[in-house]
Design a protein around this ligand. Structure first.
Ligand code: PMV
Length: 319
């Protein structure tokens, strides 16, 4: 009797950019996010038939992880994604395997690296165990892991990354996809500084607690920008979309989640003719996004590099 040699199996998930509504989305306001397929997280599973059932070895070079799952704490997000998937499938002693996680998505940069890693792992592990999960369950399991990254996630990251489509997202509501009337280029520039989303979300909560009336009004205004932006995207009105991005950035400054680095990149993009620019994601570091008129993305990229961006990605947003 010989072993059946099972092949390696892999799954991947894109990064994401929030176009409108970060932070306000945590308080129930709508937000818009799009997948960014130029960066990707990947989970590769190799069976380990010689190891005892239930044994799982995990390596993730980007975060220097190289350990048996049994030695990882409940708070470890990669282990949590694996454990959550196995528990969800109610498989008591899964066959032994090795999991390797790689990602080209900058960590803590506002591009959804944590959620993308979770989604890739959940897909790979559930497929390996013979029960590939539907998107709704993949997203729900990834959401549980997001709670480890910060206590009160809105769910926007796991949703846009699982469904790999532009979404108009309201917390705890069914997913709404957005029809892109006319594709557009986004230039995404990294400050090179990373701030965990947990910190900025907690700081915004403290601000809100200091003056709920004022900050509820700010969140509501941001929500209105998201709604107006959805209409602009569905009408192909890129000028209106750009102006709304500028207005959203101003309110993010009011929430104290921008930074001199972010503001500098936003201004550099606008100076070279971007239709609009704003920080994207948790803020305080991480990335800005700039909306480029047709044929102008490379010029904006150069300006952002000259202004000190640590990395620039150009992505086309389309249906
Ligand atoms: O920094 P990111 O990519 O995790 O984006 C966070 C978006 C927030 O609205 C700040 C938090 C959330 O859970 O929606």
């Amino acid at each position: 009797m010989g072993f059946v040699r099972m092949p390696a199996l892999s799954a991947s998930a894109p990064g994401k950019a929030i176009l409108f509504g970060e932070h306000a989305v945590v308080y129930g306001q709508p937000a818009i996010a799009v997948p960014v397929t130029e960066v990707v997280a990947k989970a590769i599973i190799t069976p380990a038939p010689a190891a005892p059932a239930g044994s799982i070895h995990i390596t993730a070079p980007q975060t220097n992880l190289d350990a048996n799952i049994a030695d990882l704490p409940a708070s470890d997000p990669i282990a949590a994604a694996v454990r959550g998937t196995i528990a969800g499938l109610k498989i008591p002693a899964p066959p032994a395997f090795k999991l390797r996680v790689t990602s080209t998505i900058p960590v803590a940069g506002g591009l959804g690296s944590g959620a993308a890693v979770s989604v890739a792992i959940i897909r790979a592990v559930s497929s390996f165990l013979g029960h590939p999960l539907p998107d709704a369950q993949v997203s729900a399991l990834a959401f549980e892991v997001e709670k480890l990254h910060h206590g009160t996630p809105s769910g926007i990251d796991n949703t846009v990354i699982t469904y790999n489509q532009a979404v108009f997202y309201i917390k705890d509501k069914p997913i709404q996809t957005i029809r892109i009337a006319s594709p557009f280029d986004l230039v995404i520039a990294d400050t090179g500084r990373s701030t965990p989303t947990k910190e900025t979300v907690a700081d915004v909560r403290r601000l809100w607690e200091s003056d709920p009336e004022l900050y509820d009004a700010v969140f509501e205004s941001i929500g209105k920008f998201s709604t107006a932006a959805r209409a602009a995207i569905e009408q192909g009105n890129h000028e209106a979309l750009g102006s709304l991005m500028n207005e959203n950035h101003q309110l993010l400054q009011k929430l104290a989640v921008s930074s001199p680095d972010l503001d500098k990149l936003v201004l550099a993009a606008r100076e070279v003719g971007a239709l609009g620019a704003k920080l994207s994601g948790g803020g305080r570091g991480g990335n800005i996004i700039a909306l480029a008129a047709a044929g102008r993305a490379q010029q904006i990229r150069s300006a952002l590099e000259a202004a000190g961006a640590a990395g620039v990605i150009i992505t086309k947003v389309h249906s």
